[in-house]
Design a protein around this ligand. Structure first.
Ligand code: TYM
Length: 343
């Protein structure tokens, strides 16, 4: 991990992204989107992309990809991203991401990528058959961030290692080419009880789009009955909720449900346990279901409204891409000059 000092003095900028694969779920919302919106509301300059270049590192259906991008854009906006303030765009619409990724591939070291746990998780024993893209995936992620000189990156806990790599790449680029201060060392914004939402079927596994059980996750588009049913069926243990957070140790399912409640209510785990400590899941689950429905129903209604007008989503993505290209253009030009490209 880099211990280089951050000597960058440019403006604060926020960048984050999600893969347009599968439906966005509660983990994406509480781990990332909530913080995206909070940063936007604080007046920061925000870039929120849909990472379709990353999506093709795994087998995908080319016919379904454009709609998956529109659907992710609609979910961002339904969750509160305002495209008149934050740039919402497809990563593939800004070629500078891929250009900077190539430069960074020549800066990052093979050993760094070999240590990435997500690569190991995604490919398992089949690493030899994985695409090269899935291996260099985190380098493209570093380019996504640094092509805007983004200083802050709101993500869930699972992205921490990729963010450290982005800092390492920025630091090495500046050392190697003697251009200190050219890039910020981007700071991850990983905060709140929503940073790591686990599966409803197994509290030791991350809630994920790729889990084959739909009951393991709450999708942002689930209707009220589905949300309530999934919470009712969520795995728990027979004990009542404890009164303090220490009492959640070795109780992954209880910890997860209490964490989801805290994140949805915008409060701390301690506050939730003060209210529900000593109460069983027969009381807690209906309260959680009511809260989840109250928070998510407006999002899913807005999502449905937005996806009803794909032409408008395309206009928003166009405008977002124009803004993003304008900010990325001088950065990629500077990076090309630093490495000595002709012209
Ligand atoms: P992705 O598409 O897997 O997830 C999008 C965001 O949702 C967060 N997240 C979660 N947070 C809490 N609990 C969970 N169970 C959970 N599942 C997902 C993720 O941490 C992420 O913030 N590599 C990224 C996409 C990416 C990116 C970037 C992110 C590409 N370029 C540049 C930031 C900056 C990914 O696969 O996210």
């Amino acid at each position: 991990m880099t211990d280089a000092a951050n000597t960058y003095s440019g403006p604060q900028r926020i960048l984050s992204g999600m893969q347009p694969t599968g439906q966005l779920h509660l983990g994406n919302y509480l781990g990332a989107l909530v913080n995206w919106v909070a940063l936007q509301e604080r007046g920061a300059e925000c870039f929120y992309c849909i990472v379709d270049l990353h999506a093709i590192t795994m087998p995908h259906d080319p016919k379904a990809l454009p709609d998956a991008v529109r659907s992710a854009a609609a979910a961002y906006m339904a969750a509160g991203v305002d495209p008149s303030r934050s740039a919402v765009f497809a990563q593939s619409a800004v070629p500078a991401h891929a250009e900077l990724a190539w430069i960074f591939q020549c800066v990052a070291r093979l050993g760094w990528l070999e240590r990435m746990t997500q690569f190991k998780d995604k490919t398992g024993k089949d690493a030899e058959r994985a695409s090269v893209g899935i291996f260099t995936y985190p380098v493209l992620q570093a380019a996504d961030i640094l092509v805007y000189k983004a200083t802050h990156v709101p993500v869930g806990e699972d992205q921490k290692q990729h963010l450290e790599l982005a800092r390492d790449i920025a630091a090495r680029f500046m050392r190697e080419f003697d251009c200190e201060g050219a890039f910020p060392l981007p700071e991850p914004v990983i905060q709140g009880p929503g940073a790591r939402i686990m599966s409803l079927r197994d509290g030791t596994k991350k809630m994920s789009k790729s889990d084959e059980s739909d009951a393991s996750r709450i999708n942002l588009v689930d209707d009220a009955d589905t949300i309530a049913r999934k919470i009712k069926k969520a795995k728990t243990d027979p004990e009542p909720l404890p009164e303090t957070a220490e009492g959640l140790q070795n109780r992954p399912e209880a910890a997860n449900l209490a964490g989801i409640y805290a994140a949805l209510a915008g409060t701390s785990l301690e506050t939730v346990l003060t209210e529900f400590g000593g109460k069983g899941f027969g009381v807690f689950k209906p309260a959680l279901a009511d809260l989840a429905v109250a928070k998510l129903a407006p999002i899913s209604a807005e999502y449905r409204r937005l996806t009803g007008d794909p032409a408008e989503i395309d206009r928003i993505l166009q405008r977002g891409a124009e803004r993003a290209r304008a900010v990325a253009a001088p950065v990629i030009a500077e990076a090309k000059k630093i490495v000595g490209f002709w012209g």
